[in-house]
Design a protein around this ligand. Structure first.
Ligand SMILES: Nc1ncnc2c1ncn2[C@@H]1O[C@H](COP(=O)(O)OP(=O)(O)OP(=O)(O)O)[C@@H](O)[C@H]1O
Ligand SMILES: [Mg+2]
Length: 296
């Protein structure tokens, strides 16, 4: 299985949202990481044939996906970022409804619905109306509906939006399980969502792939070290304006800072092991995480 993207580009009038992006994906989890407006959704919509590229190509096992048409949709599952559902449908009715759109026979659809709801931990909720589920549960139904046709390619756009910490852990396990025999591409701007489960992380910035590799590779590409030091409270601002600071914690003696710098930023600073979060700060110039996710 190979999904190959070559020089993929999308212009909206005079604005280039995706700019000559190339990569090749096989079985496993791929994490598309980037801040708001990076071009993640636009790229995914092209991979799902919902948007025509301005330039470039996408092939599945060597065939152009736009020419494959229905036979491509058979192998594709998609959870859109703005996943819409019918609020008065029960979970089960919704799954049956999506199955009918996908042309899955009712008997098969029923069996798959049972299995998928079990897998996403919603078996007991099948008679519940969609609008009465929590945000996290709705996302899980979203993942389940994308899996109805047992796709080889699963595209999940911000699948963790609105999930609480427990649900995030559960979600990671679910994705790892689903990726055992398929290709999963998921987008997020939360580093911890992909740090441990993605085999390959694609950093996207201003429509381009800025870097890609395993978490270790991305971390080791950093040309700055990570330091921790405690400074008097009144000096903290000076450090914040001078350095990239990935964390500030108030402690009895002042402020404990986690700083990215080539050389020791303060006397007594201790070198720490860098994380993907630090690399994200370095490459994107802002801190990734919950505070940028309006829904968390
Ligand atoms: N239909 C459109 N017409 C014009 N501009 C668009 C359209 N769709 C997206 N854009 C622009 O393209 C850029 C990339 O948008 P996109 O939704 O792909 O980003 P994203 O990485 O998914 O962001 P987010 O994390 O907020 O979901 C943005 O600047 C957006 O305003
Ligand atoms: Mg998006």
């Amino acid at each position: 299985m190979e999904l190959k993207i070559k020089e993929l580009t999308k212009d909206f009038k005079d604005f280039r949202a995706v700019d000559h992006v190339s990569c090749s994906m096989e079985q496993g989890v791929y994490g598309l990481l980037g801040v708001n407006g990076a071009g993640k959704t636009t790229l995914m919509r092209m991979i799902c044939t919902l948007l025509r590229p301005t330039e470039g190509s996408v092939t599945w096992n060597g065939k152009d996906i736009f020419k494959m048409d229905a036979s491509y949709r058979k192998v594709l599952g998609y959870l859109p970022q703005d996943f819409g559902f019918y609020p008065d449908f029960t979970v089960q009715d919704y799954m049956m409804y999506i199955s009918s759109i996908k042309g899955i026979r009712p008997m098969t659809a029923k069996k798959r619905t049972e299995k998928l709801l079990e897998q996403v931990g919603l078996r007991k909720m099948k008679k519940r109306k969609m609008r009465n589920l929590s945000g996290g549960m709705q996302r899980r139904v979203g993942i389940a509906q994308a899996m109805l046709n047992d796709p080889q390619i699963l595209i999940l756009d911000e699948p963790t939006a609105g999930l609480d910490p427990n649900e995030r852990i559960r979600f990671r396990n679910l994705i790892s399980e689903l990726a055992e025999d398929r290709l999963v591409l998921l987008s997020t701007h939360i580093v911890s969502d992909v740090e441990f489960i993605a085999n390959d992380i694609l950093l996207m910035k201003d429509g381009k792939f800025f870097m890609n590799g395993t978490a270790e590779e991305i971390i080791s590409s950093m040309d700055q070290a990570v330091w921790s030091c405690t400074v008097p409270r009144k000096e903290a601002d000076r450090y914040l304006s001078k350095y990239l600071v990935s964390n500030v914690k108030t402690v009895p003696g002042g402020a404990e800072l986690r700083i990215l710098a080539k050389r020791s930023p303060a006397e007594g600073a201790v070198m720490e092991e860098a994380t993907l979060e630090d690399a994200f700060l370095l490459y994107f110039g802002e801190k990734a995480g919950e505070e940028h996710d309006g829904e968390v």
